[in-house]
Design a protein around this ligand. Structure first.
Ligand SMILES: [Zn+2]
Ligand SMILES: [Zn+2]
Length: 120
């Protein structure tokens, strides 16, 4: 039985310049999302395609080939606990600010589910 991969484009914002980008995510197992591509996206385009309405839940991982944020090249990202949207993350600072709603948060406990670090 072959199943179609469940692929979505998640809209994210750069923590540095607050510009949009899209991440291609594939659901590998239920609730486990792998990011394997990222690209710059225009606001108008994102709205038109409905990317701004896509919200996914679960754990996030990145492939080694994941290029990171196309704006600042941060390899990681986090999901805001408040608005559930995604902001790029440099993988270092534990205090993060959501580029969407300005909510400040700590990444304690959620770092593993973000696939931080490059374990081979
Ligand atoms: Zn960025
Ligand atoms: Zn937020």
């Amino acid at each position: 039985m072959e199943e179609k991969p469940n692929v979505v484009i998640i809209l994210a914002r750069c923590s540095q310049n607050h510009q949009l980008y899209g991440m291609r995510m594939e659901e590998k197992l239920t609730g486990q999302w792998m990011a394997d591509w990222a690209f710059i996206i225009k606001e108008t385009m994102a709205k038109k395609e409905g990317y701004d309405r896509t919200v996914i839940h679960g754990s996030f991982f990145t492939y080694q080939t994941f290029p990171g944020c196309p704006h600042c090249h941060a390899l990681n990202f986090f999901q805001c606990g408040s608005c559930k949207k995604v902001t790029c993350w440099n993988g270092e600072s534990r205090n993060v600010v959501c580029a969407w709603c300005g909510n400040e948060g700590k990444l304690e406990g959620t770092i593993e589910s973000l696939g931080a670090g490059d374990d081979r």
